[in-house]
Design a protein around this ligand. Structure first.
Ligand code: CTP
Length: 402
């Protein structure tokens, strides 16, 4: 999944021949799941029509401070546009626009929006060879980068003038991957590895029966996605669950029993930086596994149980650099029980769910949590969707790591 999925991209187009390539640029962003709005300088409309861009972006294209609709003039609010965007891209960026961006000139909607934007601004210059080499252009590129804008360098090739050299706008595919890589490199969990356990475990009684529980795996899968969205490589060890996950940074390892989850967790633990154990692991398993289906012959049946291995506690014993997080699902004396689990299992933090809270626990799409850290500080959160709770958990861990 692209980091641009669900992101709002404001594309500013200026008057260079490379403007014709922006139709493809819009299409690529949309294909990755981004939302795109386009603003153009008036002169850029000679190179590509607003109709093409509004059709591809499925949003109105603006190039003036006011639009006429019936007899009413409507202000195209550049401040709103600037604040709407998660990322702004100016492509192609001509020498003229670059120098105006440096000086803060704002005689068109694109420049006014640029000055209003608070998001990261990428710019992809395009101009002829000698213009690109000119000291004033070089100075503009340096100045704009010193303001925090991000340069997507022009490439070499045949230019509109017929000259061959540097000045060609980067290809749309390369602009998109440049932006994706740039975003990825700044994600707070970039380079970190996370181990996650999720879902229930099934403990076999005989070849057709098992002891299980109602855990859906939703919470653990949401945490896996939240961590991966922030750049982490995630090993998601899941018990039997219907949850699906599609993310290039998430590696799913399916297991069935507590023993299999234990083995898989220990296999990955050494190489991870963070381990979050959200699985509802069975505490007991049948002492003897019947090799054949148990027949309904006796009036009553007793199955002797024996404890499973406590995965979390075993990782707590061997942890070195890892930040270890457990979950506690409690019905009474919640804070006290969670704190004693935190200490007993040598955790860095514990996420407490109370079954006293409506909307918390297994079968819901929501959850209400309190996070307790190893200094026993408590932080309680509102009832939220499991997706939002997952983001809170990951953000709290990041705060503790830095
Ligand atoms: N856990 C585990 N392995 C087990 C049992 C639990 O890794 N065999 C983990 C869970 O994933 C969770 C935490 O331990 O992160 C707490 O589990 P919980 O069942 O609430 O606590 P227990 O220690 O089993 O205590 P109790 O059931 O008595 O509350």
């Amino acid at each position: 999944m692209s980091v641009l999925r669900g992101k709002k991209i404001l594309l500013g187009i200026t008057a260079g021949i490379a403007a014709y390539k922006t139709a493809n640029l819009v299409r690529l962003f949309i294909k990755l799941g981004a939302e795109v709005k386009v603003i153009m300088t008036p002169a850029s409309k000679d190179f590509i029509t607003p109709l093409t861009l509004s059709t591809l972006s499925k949003n109105p294209v603006h190039s003036a401070f006011y639009s006429k609709e019936d007899e009413n003039e409507l202000w195209n609010n550049h401040v709103d546009l600037g604040l709407w965007a998660d990322y702004m891209l100016i492509a192609p960026a001509t020498a003229n626009t670059l120098s105006k961006m440096v000086s803060g000139t704002c005689n068109n909607l694109l420049l006014a929006t640029y000055l209003s934007a608070k998001c990261p601004v990428y710019f992809a210059p395009a101009m002829d060879l000698d213009m690109y080499q000119h000291p004033s252009t070089k100075q503009s590129l340096e100045k704009l980068q010193s303001f925090g804008n991000i340069l997507i360098p022009a490439t070499s090739g045949e230019l509109a003038s017929g000259l061959v050299g540097e000045g060609r706008m980067a290809a749309p595919e390369d602009i998109v991957s440049f932006i994706e890589n740039n975003i990825l490199s700044k994600l707070p969990l970039k380079g970190k590895k996370v181990l996650l356990t999720a879902g229930p475990t099934y403990e076999a009684i005989d070849p057709v029966r098992f002891i299980g529980n109602h855990s859906s795996g939703k919470m653990g899968f949401a945490i896996a996605k939240a961590a991966a969205n922030l750049g982490a490589e995630v090993y998601l060890i899941s018990g039997p669950s219907h949850q699906q996950i599609q993310h290039s940074l998430v590696h799913r390892i399916d297991v069935v029993s507590a023993e299999e989850m234990y083995q898989a967790s220990h296999q990955y633990f050494n190489e991870v930086d963070i381990a979050i154990l959200s699985a509802a692991v069975a505490d007991y398993k049948p002492k003897n596994l019947a090799t054949q289906k148990i027949k309904k012959t006796a009036a009553s049946l007793e199955i002797q149980l024996t404890p499973t291995k406590d995965i979390l506690a075993s990782l707590g014993k061997i942890k070195k650099h890892q930040f270890l997080v457990g979950f506690a699902l409690e019905t009474h004396n919640e804070i006290q029980n969670a704190k004693s689990k935190l200490e007993k299992k040598n955790l860095d933090a514990i996420v407490l769910n109370s079954l006293q809270d409506k909307g918390a626990g297994f079968a819901t799409d929501t959850n209400k949590i309190t996070i307790i850290d190893k200094d026993l500080n408590e932080k309680s959160f509102e009832l939220k969707s499991k997706v939002a709770v997952a983001e809170d958990i990951i953000n709290e861990i990041i705060k503790k790591l830095v």
